[in-house]
Write a protein that binds this ligand. Structure first.
Ligand code: NOJ
Length: 445
């Protein structure tokens, strides 16, 4: 498996998961800072502070990226670090932090790939209804314009939103911030997040930047029926695909919600309020599609069969963390984008990774996360195959550069190539980091 010399290898993180400094230098609270303080919301009772203290260790972290040999770093801006109240007054110290980071990346020949919104809505905006208030589209637009004007072409890749489904989970299901529950809330928040994406694209085009591109990052976890010939399983999987990833890529690439989703929303009293022109705004032309891919999902009307499958296959097709190994998921997702949606723009795999693969220090002082290497390698093989078959995939980002704060799982899920001691902030390269370094080196030969 060898990738072309211009294939971009990167590592990814997000602001709330690595920066820490939640209340430093004028940063305002975001919905996760607040949600995490509600007892019972985060598995280990932690908050996104100090995370990896990246707000202070950024320089050292960029050196680690340099040593890894990556071409690009994907990170996100913390909205409430820049606009502490979400709108209005600008926090210069927040902008300065990202300026230092971006300059340091350029000094080290690492291309910035920045996401405007990675789940951390300013809490002050949540107090006004957050993603349920249609005004959020303008608040987001103001924030987006500020960033495009400030950093413009120094960021070659911009993403409007990371995994819009997180907003649905936060407003519909309650197990993400801000913790609201109700299908109607979830669908409404979703619609506004899509509109904000469209507004972001519009504002980006307004700036007429010469060397930057704009896209969105969506996760595709395709649902398959456990029993491929069983009508009930097929129906469940179909509906789940409609409610999940297709509810974003249909509006973005086809300019509409599907009939199946409209029917579901009608029948379940959760149709979002929409206005004329919304779909045109959402469906603007993009420069690239950011694909996050971790796995597929199996659905079955009889839940006991799913459990049984896991037990039978334990140690075989399942990893120690309980997840199925299905690296072909990324190939399937790329095919969906090309065949079902004819997206006609390059794909960048903006996230792929796994957690808790022998994360302990062995007697030799190293971390032998062999399962992570197998997992990442498996996905890269399928990406390679897709490229060979003519699919335009331009890059790959491992999630994540280092262990960080994994949202509702707190510090209990370790996703990093680099191990982090959250008390001392000492970083240690896992075997997977050395493996990635070597893979990149070999591809450059
Ligand atoms: C998706 C998200 O974008 C990221 O924030 C998260 O940590 C990873 N997947 C792993 O769950």
């Amino acid at each position: 498996m060898k990738f072309s010399k211009d294939f971009m290898f990167g590592v990814a993180t997000s602001a709330a998961q690595v920066e820490g400094a939640a209340l430093e230098d004028g940063k305002g609270l975001n919905i996760w800072d607040v949600y995490a303080r509600i007892p019972g919301t985060i598995t280990d009772g932690s908050t996104p502070d100090p995370a990896c203290d990246h707000y202070h260790t950024w320089k050292q972290d960029v050196q680690t990226m340099k040593e890894l040999g990556v071409d690009s770093y994907r990170f996100s801006f913390a909205w409430s670090r820049i606009l502490p109240k979400g709108k209005g007054e600008i926090n210069q110290k927040g902008l300065d932090f990202y300026k230092r980071l971006i300059d340091e990346l350029h000094r080290n020949d690492i291309k910035p790939n920045a996401t405007l919104y990675h789940w951390d809505l300013p809490y002050e905006l949540e107090r006004e209804g957050g993603w349920l208030n249609r005004d959020v589209v303008d608040w987001y637009g103001e924030y987006a314009s500020l960033l495009f004007k400030e950093f413009g072409d120094s960021v070659p890749y911009w993403a409007t939103i990371n995994e819009p489904i997180a907003t649905y989970v936060g407003y519909g299901q309650g197990w993400f911030a801000p913790g609201r529950i109700g299908e109607k809330f979830g669908r409404q928040a979703n619609h506004h997040v899509l509109l904000a994406h469209g507004e972001g694209v519009r504002r980006f085009r307004e700036e007429n930047l010469k060397n930057s591109q704009i896209g969105i990052v969506v996760d595709i976890w395709h649902h398959h029926p456990l029993r491929p010939d069983h009508a009930e399983d097929i129906a469940i999987a179909e509906l789940e695909n409609e409610k999940a990833y297709r509810s974003y890529i249909n509006p973005i690439f086809k300019g509409c919600y599907s009939d199946a989703l409209l029917k579901y929303m009608e029948e379940n009293n959760c149709m979002p309020d929409m206005k004329d022109g919304d779909m045109e705004k959402i469906a603007q032309k993009l420069d690239f599609f950011g694909l996050n891919c971790y796995n597929r999902v199996l659905d079955c009307a009889d839940k006991s069969l799913l459990k049984l499958k896991k037990e039978i296959n334990a140690g075989g097709n399942y990893m120690d963390n309980g997840n199925e190994k299905y690296p072909k998921a990324v190939y399937d997702a790329a095919k969906i984008l090309v065949n079902d949606y004819q997206i006609g723009i390059p794909i960048i795999v903006t996230e792929n990774g796994t957690y808790n693969c022998s994360e302990e220090f062995a007697a030799d002082g190293r971390i032998h996360d062999t399962e992570r290497i197998q997992y990442l390698n498996g996905f890269l093989e399928w990406i390679h195959k897709a490229i060979e078959e003519g699919i335009d995939i331009r890059g790959y980002y491992a999630w994540s550069l280092m262990d960080n704060w994994e949202w509702s799982a707190g510090y209990s899920y370790r996703f990093g190539l680099i191990h982090n001691n959250f008390e001392t902030q000492e970083r240690t390269w896992k075997d997977s980091a050395y493996w990635y370094q070597n893979l990149i080196r070999e591809s450059r030969k």
